[in-house]
Design a protein around this ligand. Structure first.
Ligand SMILES: C[S@@+](CC[C@H](N)C(=O)[O-])C[C@H]1O[C@@H](n2cnc3c(N)ncnc32)[C@H](O)[C@@H]1O
Length: 235
């Protein structure tokens, strides 16, 4: 057993003020932070979010930023995950507590659970600290609820070649598209419904567009969330 306690911490969408008090307290105390990066040389956005807390700390801290590439290439994935294991176990020798930080919440399309599975033989105890999701942050900034009453919400990570996604689109009242790559296809299905597009919400250069879906342009940034409401409630 190498890691006494592993924390999975959701650091929220990017605004350090949206960190929970529990996450803040834990990040001030842990011996090591593991901050996932999506490619070589790219700073971890989760790490950027907690930079201020790290600077405030007086006790020693080890920070590693292993690469977990977003690819389906299994050989590449095996290479980077093995590299991450070596780095974490080598640099984390003697660390009692390790925090794996993730944007938003660890339960929502995060690398955390895969990390936990990969390191399970090395970990004695696990605690997960939830975070404010990007969906909640987009909804709050737009001042538009994700769902009310009996409305059904669906989260769609990718529509391409996904028949289940098409079925869900037909049967939901509120739709949340993560990194929406096929906005023209979404427009074809949902036409002029009310839409909110949030890009880099919580970061200094955040952008928010509120309007009809047909008016929106294809977002290019990975941190883009599109919320489409089928019906507009009578006020
Ligand atoms: C792998 S998922 C991670 C979701 C995250 N765990 C959460 O709870 O929000 C990444 C996607 O979440 C959305 N996302 C994450 N952070 C965002 C932000 N700050 N602004 C807008 N969308 C964001 C984007 O759709 C992005 O492609």
């Amino acid at each position: 057993m190498n890691i006494g306690k592993l924390y999975g911490i959701g650091v929220g969408p990017g605004d350090p003020e949206l960190l929970t008090l529990k996450a803040y307290k834990t990040l001030r105390e842990v011996d090591m932070i593991v901050a996932p990066s999506s490619r070589e040389g790219k700073r971890s956005l989760a790490l950027l979010t907690v930079e201020r807390i790290i600077k405030e700390r007086e006790n020693e801290l080890i920070v590693v930023e292993p690469v977990f590439p977003m690819t389906k290439d299994q050989a590449k994935l095996d290479f980077y995950w093995e590299k991450a294991r070596e780095e974490v176990l080598e640099k984390g020798k003697g660390c009692e507590s390790v925090a794996f930080i993730t944007l938003g919440d660890p339960s929502l399309y995060s690398t955390f659970y895969k990390f936990l599975d990969f390191f399970k033989d090395e970990v004695e105890e696990v605690e997960i600290i939830p975070g404010v999701t990007s969906l909640s942050a987009c909804s709050a900034l737009a001042k538009v609820p994700i769902a009310e009453g009996n409305e059904i919400v669906s989260i769609i990570p990718d529509i391409k070649g996904n028949d289940n996604a098409l079925r869900v689109i037909q049967n939901s009242d509120s739709l949340i598209f993560l990194k929406p790559k096929n906005i023209d296809e979404i427009k074809n299905m949902l036409a002029n419904k009310k839409a909110i597009l949030g890009v880099k919400i919580g970061f200094e250069d955040q952008e928010m567009v509120l309007g009809k879906l047909t008016e929106l342009k294809q977002p290019t940034h990975y941190l883009s969330t599109l919320i489409v409401k089928k019906e507009e409630k009578e006020k």
